[in-house]
Design a protein around this ligand. Structure first.
Ligand code: THU
Length: 155
């Protein structure tokens, strides 16, 4: 499946299910805001993550970055979609939890912003889909640092 392929309804349900399951592992004793994420890799694998907080606060990590860093650490660097399920503690999700700015920037590093589909879900039947491009317009990414063939810079 190429990046441009539309996600099937079954795959959307699978990804949301993965995010909801990962959310159960949320370690969030300070905010009590529980988040799970499920990444669909380019090769079809699914990698999940949850938010992990810390008594010193700043070392905490969002669910999206936990999933992305897990994947990258296993050699998976191409992604087609990510489902996110976040809400205050409780089995019934009350919010569509859009990714924070830091997570959007980390997605920008590994994903084609035009095609990375971001699913924010309250349940398998209640979700919204957008793209990273819509969430991070004019974002800065690896392409900005790629060699510019029109400039002749000698270092
Ligand atoms: N959180 C995420 O996991 N993902 C986001 O995109 C936003 C926030 C987590 C971080 C923290 O553990 C809790 O939600 C409250 O901010």
């Amino acid at each position: 499946m190429e990046c441009t392929d539309k996600l099937t309804p079954d795959m959307i349900r699978t990804l949301i299910g993965g995010a909801l399951t990962a959310r159960k592992m949320s370690y969030s004793p300070y905010s009590h805001y529980q988040v799970g994420a499920a990444l669909l890799a380019g090769d079809g694998r699914i990698v999940t993550g949850c938010n992990i907080e810390n008594a010193a606060y700043s070392p905490g990590c969002c669910a999206e970055r936990t999933a992305i860093f897990k994947a990258v650490s296993e050699g998976i660097t191409s992604f087609k979609a990510i489902a996110i399920a976040g809400s205050p503690r409780g089995d019934v999700l009350t919010q569509y939890a859009y990714p924070c700015g830091v997570c959007r920037q980390v997605m920008m590093e590994f994903c084609d912003p035009e095609h990375l589909q971001v699913i924010v879900a309250k349940s398998e039947d209640d979700y919204r889909i957008t793209t990273l491009r819509e969430l991070l317009p004019e974002g800065f990414g690896p392409d900005n640092l790629a060699a510019d063939e029109n400039t002749d810079v000698k270092e």
